[in-house]
Design a protein around this ligand. Structure first.
Ligand code: SF4
Ligand code: SF4
Length: 104
């Protein structure tokens, strides 16, 4: 099982912005596209995953308990920043530290 399934720190510590074309029905939607109801508009060219700028942050699409067992409820439709993020990303370590988890 991927270590990410027992982590979720990035989904609970980083702001996630992307282009509205990745929303459901958009020209660059992955899978079915990100459900608009899970996002907030920022500018005409940017939407944000709801909850990722909350204090503390937590994406509304994240299910489970960070550091124990998590899943992304829109995994197939998640936007490009989520697709590009993995354990090799410099911010992975930072996110884990913020959530009280040790580096990998
Ligand atoms: S912070 Fe790193 S280990 Fe944790 S879910 Fe994100 S990519 Fe995976
Ligand atoms: S959409 Fe999924 S992968 Fe992306 S931040 Fe939210 S829970 Fe994490």
């Amino acid at each position: 099982m991927s270590v990410c399934r027992t982590c979720g720190a990035c989904c609970a510590s980083l702001r996630v912005d992307f282009h509205p074309a990745e929303l459901a029905g958009g020209a660059f939607a992955w899978g079915g596209g990100v459900p608009p109801a899970m996002t907030v508009p920022v500018t005409p060219a940017i939407v944000r995953l709801a909850g990722t700028d909350a204090s503390p942050p937590r994406c509304v699409a994240l299910a489970g308990e960070v550091g124990i067992a998590v899943s992304c409820t829109i995994y197939a439709e998640r936007p490009s920043p989520c697709r590009e993020f993995d354990t090799e990303h410099a911010a992975c370590k930072q996110a884990r530290r913020r959530c009280g988890l040790s580096p990998l």
